[in-house]
Design a protein around this ligand. Structure first.
Ligand SMILES: NC(=O)c1ccc[n+]([C@@H]2O[C@H](COP(=O)([O-])OP(=O)(O)OC[C@H]3O[C@@H](n4cnc5c(N)ncnc54)[C@H](O)[C@@H]3O)[C@@H](O)[C@H]2O)c1
Length: 260
């Protein structure tokens, strides 16, 4: 076994209080990283912080709505005062429910909110994390996008647009921040089951039908750890020659040819 890259590294995970973000926080912490969870759900954030600290891991929760510039600035100030530098920023926070109704009934406020959280949020976090990332030896940004950036179900306008925008933002940031030595990549997850990674009152036991499993060439629905393992690699210096890229992690669902 090679030595972990992550002891003495500080990783900021937005939306890290639940779901895929919490799954990543857990794996990074297991590898020795200090994890900062930034989330707008205070209750979930406190539970996540306590759960990680209870296992002896280094974890800090900071309440932050990533769509609000002043809150992102305050978050980065707090991280800077406590840790001085940031080795990786993982832009994972998102409104994860893609359905907002048919085009004629779409509420523009809901559309704008989705874009503000899922797309403006990562831009704001990248901007205000940059001075901290510049203090690190091998800084990285990882954006959590979605296979819905590349394909759609009906009535998912804002979500698909936000994730398509995040894919484009990934290469725009990668090229721009290369001057600052910051690598920027994305992971586009498919169906990831997060029922067991929710705050206490929202937890549920996942139940998947045979059809649910078998529509994936991998034979199962994904889990947060599937994303976390790739995130560990992409945020480490082992991925030093990878920037501006997006990796689809969906058990093969999006490459499966369907003849109806
Ligand atoms: N689960 C999936 O199947 C799946 C698939 C593709 C992409 N994704 C993406 O992965 C990311 C995580 O999804 P998830 O399924 O774990 O969702 P989740 O709802 O379980 O977790 C999202 C977390 O983000 C937080 N959050 C929401 N809005 C926020 C804001 N404005 N500021 C700060 N935090 C905020 C929530 O409080 C929550 O803790 C999202 O960006 C989602 O779009 C998920």
């Amino acid at each position: 076994m090679s030595e972990s890259y992550y002891p003495h590294k500080t990783i900021l995970i937005t939306g890290g209080a639940q779901g895929i973000g919490l799954g990543m926080a857990y794996r990074f912490a297991q590898e020795g990283a200090t994890v900062v969870i930034a989330d707008n759900d205070e209750e979930a954030g406190r539970q996540a912080e306590q759960w990680l600290q209870g296992q002896g891991y280094q974890a800090l929760f900071v309440r932050c709505d990533v769509s609000r510039e002043e809150e992102v600035q305050a978050l980065m100030r707090q991280v800077g005062e406590k840790y001085k530098s940031l080795d990786a920023l993982i832009n994972n926070a998102g409104i994860a429910d893609p359905f907002q109704g048919p085009l004629q009934e779409l509420e523009m406020a809901a559309f704008d909110k989705m874009l503000a959280v899922n797309l403006r949020g990562p831009l704001l976090c990248a901007r205000y994390a940059l001075p901290l990332l510049q203090q690190a030896e091998h800084p990285a940004i990882l954006n959590i996008s979605s296979t819905r950036a590349f394909m759609s179900e009906p009535d998912t306008f804002a979500y698909s647009a936000s994730k398509g925008g995040l894919e484009a933002l990934t290469h725009a940031l990668a090229v721009s921040l290369a001057r600052e030595r910051v690598r920027v990549n994305a992971i586009a997850p498919g169906w990831i089951e997060v029922g067991e990674w929710k705050k206490a009152e929202d937890k549920y036991a996942p139940q998947h039908t045979k059809e649910d499993r078998e529509q994936h060439p991998a034979g199962r629905v994904g889990e947060p750890n599937d994303i976390a393992e790739a995130a560990l690699f992409l945020c480490s210096d082992k991925a030093g020659f990878i920037t501006g890229q997006s990796i689809i992690i969906d058990g093969g669902m999006s490459v499966k040819m369907i003849y109806a």
